[in-house]
Design a protein around this ligand. Structure first.
Ligand code: TZP
Ligand code: MG
Length: 217
């Protein structure tokens, strides 16, 4: 997984996040706006399952392929392996991270959600390519979200593991992203600010501009 000085916008979406807009329309807009990674996170009461999920995942994967953007699957390691996704993202309650790394092989991307320096340490030893750290701010996109770690929470992980790519997540919008970039993260992961935007491409551009306005440039 490559992390450069370019601001990394990591878009996360499931079929329930886009309101009355078609998720594939939103994904294509976000891709054309310049997202760097896409994660399919299919959650909620009406989440697709089985064949429908596989079909939807395949459509998202195909679109990502057109734009050359890595396609990551949340939680579902079996699905990721079956369809040949570029990687998988797991949380603290999911399968053991070292076992997932073994299943996926070393070539695939492994991301792990962490909420503390201690969890970041475990993620490093399990072979994570990056950690998703958050929620930075309060969020309504995750039912069981922990209390917000703030920018201080990100800084504590960055201080302990300067080489570990950190993707900040939770309540990030173009208005507060400047603060997050200033903490030295490699990227920001966003659900609602992109999935709920009228124009996802424009919203991605706004997030990129917030990086340009941050203290790092
Ligand atoms: N993990 C921590 S916060 C969060 C996840 C999946 C949800 C982020 O969504 P949003 O809408 O960008 O706050
Ligand atoms: Mg999970």
């Amino acid at each position: 997984m490559k992390f450069t000085d370019k601001p990394l916008i990591y878009f996360i979406m499931g079929s329930e996040n886009t309101g009355n807009r078609h998720p594939l329309t939103v994904l294509e807009e976000a891709l054309s706006g310049g997202i760097s990674y896409f994660q399919l996170r299919e959650k909620g009461d009406f989440a697709l399952t089985g064949h429908e999920l596989e079909k939807f995942a395949g459509e998202c994967q195909r679109l990502c392929g057109v734009y050359g953007v890595p396609f990551i699957v949340n939680d579902n390691v079996e699905l990721a392996c079956k369809i040949g996704a570029d990687g998988v993202h797991i949380g603290q309650e999911d399968e053991d991270a070292s076992a997932v790394r073994r299943k996926m092989g070393n070539e695939k991307i492994l991301g792990i959600s962490v909420h503390s320096v201690k969890e970041a340490a475990l993620a490093v030893s399990a072979g994570a390519d990056y950690v998703g750290m958050g929620p930075v701010f309060s969020t309504s996109s995750k039912r069981d979200a922990k209390s917000p770690a703030g920018v201080a929470g990100i800084l504590s992980v960055k201080d302990a593991y300067p080489q570990l790519p950190v993707i900040a997540i939770g309540g990030i919008t173009p208005d507060n992203a400047k603060l997050v970039w200033s903490a030295g993260v490699e990227g920001v992961a966003v659900i609602s600010a992109i999935a709920g935007a009228e124009d996802a491409a424009l919203q991605v551009e706004r997030l990129q501009n917030s990086f340009r306005r941050s203290d790092r440039q």
